[in-house]
Design a protein around this ligand. Structure first.
Ligand code: CIR
Length: 256
């Protein structure tokens, strides 16, 4: 089996990105591109096979490809992002994913951003957020139930996506910001709390035994290392200005 990492180039329009919780601050596009290339190199260094989708000009948030699709073992679900400006991103991603998986789709009035979907084995936790609504979660649940997967809604309020507040760093182990999401929902997992001085530190990208993680959260990074997790740090400061994080810049899945 190969591990495929699909990423999408970023456009010079990234400065017009959607923002929900952060004030707008100027993004250095050249630096953002360099950081994105370093992120792609990190994926390759962990054995992922790179598939890179070009960026149509004007799609300011298209580098955040995670929000457009959920790729499971037997199918891919094309999502319907919660903000209208991001819906044109989906077609170009569907074209590529259709080569690997049969496709299903979330339809209007449903909305789901991939950043709200946390997969843990045969369970998907789905954040109810400003981007993901009840109809979207219901549709997703109907689609994946045929494949033995259950979907559990989780209220979110203080952050953009569910995975801004919690993500998987090892099988059964989740990195969590307990101020942004209720720990009790995840009581059956081993939970690693982020350092309280690093509110945005709960988003980590697990690739097998390794975790790609932003170097801008050194306290939480140290804690992960202390817990025996192999951490590959990346600098992502420019994409963080667009409310981006490590999970949102790729779609990772296996293929024969
Ligand atoms: C947005 O607001 O949609 C983008 N500026 C950031 C999306 C980040 N996506 C993610 O973390 N899954």
């Amino acid at each position: 089996m190969r591990t495929i990492a699909v990423t999408r180039e970023l456009t010079t329009a990234i400065g017009n990105c959607e923002l929900t919780f952060l004030p707008r601050s100027e993004i250095d596009v050249a630096r953002a591109q360099q950081q994105h290339q370093d992120y792609q190199s990190a994926l390759s260094s962990l054995g992922c096979e790179a598939v890179v989708i070009p960026a149509p000009p004007g799609l300011s948030d298209c580098v955040f490809i995670e929000d457009t699709a959920l790729v499971l073992d037997d199918l891919a679900v094309m999502l319907r992002p919660g903000v209208a400006s991001r819906r044109p991103e989906v077609a170009g991603v569907a074209e590529i994913l259709g080569k690997y998986r049969p496709l299903k789709a979330i339809e209007s009035p449903g909305t789901v951003d991939g950043g709200d979907l946390l997969r843990a084995g045969s369970r998907i936790f789905a954040g109810l957020s400003t981007r993901t609504n009840q109809s979207g979660i219901r549709q997703l649940s109907n689609i994946v139930s045929d494949y033995g997967i259950t979907v559990e809604p989780v209220e979110t309020a203080k952050c953009l996506h569910l995975k801004s507040a919690i993500s998987e760093v090892a099988p059964g182990t989740l990195l969590i910001n307990p101020d942004w999401i209720s720990s009790s929902t995840f009581a059956k997992f081993e939970l690693i709390p982020i350092d309280e001085k690093e509110a945005h530190a709960a988003n980590a990208l697990r690739i097998g035994e390794d975790v790609i993680y932003p170097s801008s959260f050194p306290r939480t990074l140290d804690e992960l290392v202390k817990r025996g997790i192999n951490v590959l740090p990346v600098e992502l400061t420019e994409l963080q200005k667009a409310e981006g994080a490590v999970t949102c810049c790729s779609l990772i899945f296996s293929a024969p």
